[in-house]
Design a protein around this ligand. Structure first.
Ligand SMILES: C[S@@+](CC[C@H](N)C(=O)[O-])C[C@H]1O[C@@H](n2cnc3c(N)ncnc32)[C@H](O)[C@@H]1O
Length: 211
């Protein structure tokens, strides 16, 4: 078992069960002892924030959650040590902006929030410019390219996985949820996208910004 699997298991994050830790390890090793700023969308009970706090001994760990699954008080109550949490809806650009306004650049952003396509795309469209050059933007629990789970299909038409795959082939961001300015910024600043298809329920993308 690798280090992130064992720290993640101790704190109870489902990233272990999804099989994501091997990919996190591959991408995060170079940051291990760096003084870094990491933001995760989707806090729940804080398991992943505690995992990152333990793995990155010099990291500042920020979390955003709108309080859908845990109360807003319990989200804010997770602020301690090197962890700081904020209440914000990941689909609301103004709320995202006020949450991260005091942070001096982000090295890593992880989206483990609602996993709806619009939410994922609004968040990356808005937040990508706050990522430092060479930084990593990660989206967990992407939908398969052909969506066949049956629920939410009418509002889930534009699948994030396809937006990312299309960028890989034609270098264009084609999304109804990302505005023109954001699209152009992403097209100029995405260096590389790796998508790992572990299973239908476990698809994760690592999007690297140009150094
Ligand atoms: C899968 S849980 C996060 C788990 C956590 N990252 C971990 O590994 O321990 C998803 C979280 O996203 C939050 N969420 C749902 N909709 C959201 C939204 N629109 N904006 C921000 N967070 C949202 C939920 O309240 C929930 O706590």
């Amino acid at each position: 078992m690798n280090e992130l699997d064992s720290i993640g298991k101790k704190h109870g994050t489902d990233k272990v069960h999804h099989g994501y830790m091997v990919f996190y390890t591959r991408n995060f090793e170079k940051y291990k002892n760096k003084k870094l700023n990491l933001l995760e969308i989707g806090v729940y009970r804080g398991a992943s924030l505690k995992t990152w706090e333990e793995y990155f001994p010099n990291g500042s760990i920020f979390g955003i959650d709108d309080g859908t699954l845990s109360s807003k008080d319990s989200i804010i109550g997770l602020t301690s040590g090197r962890i700081k949490t904020f209440i914000a809806d990941q689909k609301n650009r103004q709320q995202l902006e006020s949450a991260i306004s005091g942070i001096d650049g982000l090295d890593i952003i992880i989206d483990d929030g609602l996993h709806f396509q619009e939410h994922q795309q609004v968040s990356i469209g808005f937040l990508f410019k706050y990522l430092k050059n060479g930084g990593l933007y990660i989206i967990e629990d992407l939908y398969p390219r052909v969506y066949n789970r049956g629920w939410g299909i009418t509002t889930q038409a534009c699948i994030t996985t396809n937006v990312l795959e299309e960028f890989r082939s034609i270098k264009k961001i084609n999304s109804p949820y990302i505005n023109e300015e954001e699209k152009s910024y992403m097209e100029k600043n995405i260096d590389q996208i790796d998508i790992h298809y572990i299973s239908e329920e476990s698809i994760i993308a690592f999007i690297k910004k140009i150094p």
